[in-house]
Design a protein around this ligand. Structure first.
Ligand SMILES: C[S@@+](CC[C@H](N)C(=O)[O-])C[C@H]1O[C@@H](n2cnc3c(N)ncnc32)[C@H](O)[C@@H]1O
Length: 335
């Protein structure tokens, strides 16, 4: 029997006492295919287990990165003579130590696991400060055989004056809920290189060999090519300061990154979860791509930013009244 490798810290086996419960506030799109839930995500995720267990195709988690800082949003308000920008606290990423951070994240990974469909995946977005710990933690929770990919998101940004190689990547770790079940998977392809397009256009190439078995110049076929299946290093630009996507919310991720994930790992009509919703990037992309969504965030600035973003794309969300029992019960929780 192979011996398991585990991370340890004092108090690790003490379960987090948070009970599952309803969100503080809940907002829904008109068709109730999209939900935004305000509250601590552990409580809300555990609450969702009553009715949503085993139903989600994809969960994307972009937790705070253990920066030990408070992060502020720069909110813009159009006005005369010019747009005013106000700095407001958005979320707190200060921790007593790394163990507290991993303990909190581990409880959330377990709670998300209970909600995933057998064909579903979880993707956890971290950076190289913690990715090695989170990889081991995730292997403990999902099983090493459920580990599917380590995606390196490589971006360009202003160089910093540090006597080190510039840090220009984040890490996205993916596990499958049940490695014995075929995963939700739509094969993505690398965009064709400009040089390939110039020589071959979009036609498939065929390898050609000389009579003595040596490789000759390939020939073109009439069949169209999809390109090379996508690898696990992704070059996607970070949001430019003047990008139309930019909301002013800190650590907002580019929609192109989420489009690639949702396109590969979910189908139209599937439910996608983001329990660290922030400015609502996942939810906006899910909506545009015909996926249902569940977003959770504890911060009112995140909730307001997401509501504004969804409204601007023609999907306003309205607050959903609680039932007399104080719960949101079936509607919020229904798949
Ligand atoms: C890095 S940001 C997510 C950014 C998001 N992916 C985007 O593109 O805008 C992390 C978010 O997690 C939220 N958050 C942190 N801890 C939380 C918790 N325990 N429960 C719910 N939300 C939490 C913060 O309020 C913050 O909005």
């Amino acid at each position: 029997m192979p011996r398991a490798v585990r991370l340890t810290w004092e108090g690790k086996d003490r379960p987090s006492p948070e009970e599952g419960g309803p969100p503080r506030r809940a907002f829904a799109t008109d068709d109730e295919r999209g939900w935004l839930l305000e509250g601590d995500n552990l409580r809300v995720l555990r609450g969702l287990a009553e009715t949503r267990a085993g139903t989600l195709a994809l969960a994307y988690l972009d937790p705070p990165f253990f920066t030990n800082r408070e992060h502020a949003a720069m909110l813009r308000k159009a006005g005369e003579p010019r747009t005013r920008r106000t700095r407001v606290p958005a979320f707190d990423d200060r921790w007593p130590d790394l163990a507290s951070y991993l303990h909190a994240l581990g409880s959330r990974l377990e709670a998300v696991r209970a909600l995933l469909a057998p064909h579903g995946s979880i993707v956890v977005h971290v950076d190289p400060k913690t990715s090695h710990y989170v990889r081991v933690l995730g292997d403990e929770i999902f099983g090493p055989e459920a580990f599917a990919s380590e995606i390196v998101w490589r971006y360009r940004r202003w160089p910093s004056k540090t006597p080190n190689f510039q840090r220009v990547h984040d890490v996205l770790l993916r596990w499958r809920r049940d490695p014995a079940t075929p995963p939700r998977w739509n094969q993505p392809y690398e965009p064709l290189a400009a040089s390939t397009l110039a020589v071959w256009g979009t036609n498939k190439q065929r390898a050609v060999f000389t009579p003595d078995g040596r490789r000759a110049r390939s020939s073109s076929t009439a069949e169209k090519t999809d390109g090379v299946p996508m690898g696990d290093v992704w070059e996607i630009g970070v949001l430019a300061p003047i990008s139309r996507e930019r909301t002013g919310y800190p650590s907002q991720k580019p929609e192109a990154l989420l489009e690639r994930l949702l396109g590969a790992l979910s189908d139209e009509g599937d439910v996608v979860l983001d329990p660290y919703a922030g400015s609502g990037t996942t939810l906006a992309v899910a909506r545009r791509m015909g996926r249902a969504f569940l977003g959770i965030d504890a911060g009112p600035v995140a909730i307001d930013t997401t509501l504004g973003r969804l409204a601007a794309m023609g999907s306003p969300m309205t607050e959903h009244a609680r039932e007399p029992s104080g719960r949101y019960a079936s509607k919020v929780m229904r798949a």
